[in-house]
Design a protein around this ligand. Structure first.
Ligand code: SF4
Length: 368
């Protein structure tokens, strides 16, 4: 029983015990309390508090996963994020745009690994219009009915909608009407305009991003919450991110299906720097679980932390994916292991029952 282990290791006293009692009664963590937890709470206390909120949704030793590939259909991008090692400007000599058959070859590789989900992720390609995306998504769904697709990210959706001078509602309606089920919350990084101005001023402003995500959800498609940490963001920017996201999820009555936090890979990027220590990632994961109490699923990132990410299950996470490929993070230093059994063994050694799960369904397909 993971939560009892954590609690036994760090019996809570004082304000932590009061907070635990409030969380057990269904209460909420406030932003100033999250800041205090971050700076003062021992690791074991964070685990114990995260276990309380996790326990509202999941058995203490239960966790789920699936195998997925990120298919990077193009590396052409005009957004110029300084934390990205993947993109190439349109006139660079080493740009690419995968053909349909090349996309299928990537999906075939996933199937050879026993995977069941594909997430498409490219860049802000100025030559691709909405019909290109719709044609690609329609064709791959027809060829691979057994595979689930995260068709694109909110950031890519925003770019293609703006490029064609469509409102987000109009663009979302076109995708939904042609069978797109998911436009996930990728590209969120840190949802704070100070961060955005420093590192990707051409990408979006936070309220614009949320307007786009609102339109996607209103059209009946699914979406997710995401976050990336470990750039140069101070604590208040991280807190602003989870605060804005929790308020959005409240407004949306829980329509975002999951929240995933991963860590910045700095290698070969303009921003550079060093990787976030594992313990900082785990502690932040616990803060996310405690604060984001309106997300049933909090996911830990094998993509950027390899098997050590499974420790995140002790810090409030309940789900993860086993990635088979993702050029974006690999270009920035991520190493993807295909020793899936080894990763799963690490989770089981921690005392978790790991079950391969079916893909989540968008909110509009879930019966109330
Ligand atoms: S992170 Fe995405 S939007 Fe930013 S430069 Fe890279 S590919 Fe483009």
């Amino acid at each position: 029983m993971i939560d009892r282990e954590a609690a036994a290791a760090a019996p809570l006293t004082g304000w932590l015990a009061e907070l635990e009692a409030r969380l057990r009664a269904g209460g909420r963590l406030q932003v100033d309390e999250a800041a205090r937890l971050w700076s003062e709470a021992p690791d074991a206390a964070l685990q114990a508090l995260a276990a309380v909120v996790r326990g509202r949704f999941h058995a203490p030793d239960a966790a789920t996963y699936l195998k997925m590939a990120i298919v990077n259909y193009t590396n052409v991008c005009v957004a110029r994020c300084d934390y990205c090692a993947f993109y190439r400007f349109p006139d660079a000599p080493d740009t690419y745009l995968l053909s349909f058959e090349e996309v299928c070859a990537r999906i075939d590789r996933l199937l050879a690994h026993g995977g069941t989900m594909v997430g498409f992720n490219g860049g802000f390609h100025p030559g691709l219009d909405i019909d290109h995306y719709i044609r690609l998504f329609t064709q791959v769904r027809a060829r691979y009915p057994e595979v689930s697709f995260y068709e694109m990210t909110v950031a890519e959706f925003m770019f293609v909608a703006k490029r064609q001078k469509l409102s987000y509602d109009e663009a979302a309606a076109r995708f939904a009407a042609t069978g797109t089920r998911w436009i996930t919350g990728g590209g969120a990084e840190i949802l704070d305009d100070r961060f955005r101005l420093r590192h990707s001023p051409g990408k979006y402003k936070v309220e614009d991003y949320l307007d786009a995500q609102r339109a996607i959800l209103d059209a009946g498609m699914g979406s997710t919450g995401t976050m990336v940490i470990g750039f140069d963001e101070p604590l208040d920017e991280r807190l602003a991110h989870i605060d804005r996201l929790r308020r959005f999820q409240d407004e949306q009555r829980g329509r975002l299906s999951s929240f995933l936090c991963w860590t910045f890979k700095p290698y070969h990027t303009e921003l550079g720097g060093s990787e976030l220590p594992l313990q900082e990632y785990l502690r932040w994961l616990a803060i996310c679980r405690i604060f984001l109490d309106n997300f049933e699923h909090i996911r830990t990132s094998v993509l950027t932390r390899n098997e050590a990410a499974l420790l995140g299950l002790r810090y409030g996470a309940d789900d993860f994916d086993l990635p088979t490929e993702d050029e974006v993070t690999q270009k920035a230093g991520a190493t993807i292991s295909h020793d899936f059994d080894g990763v799963l063994a690490a989770g089981r050694a921690l005392g978790f029952r790991l079950e391969y799960r079916a893909p989540f369904a968008p909110w509009s397909e879930v019966q109330p």
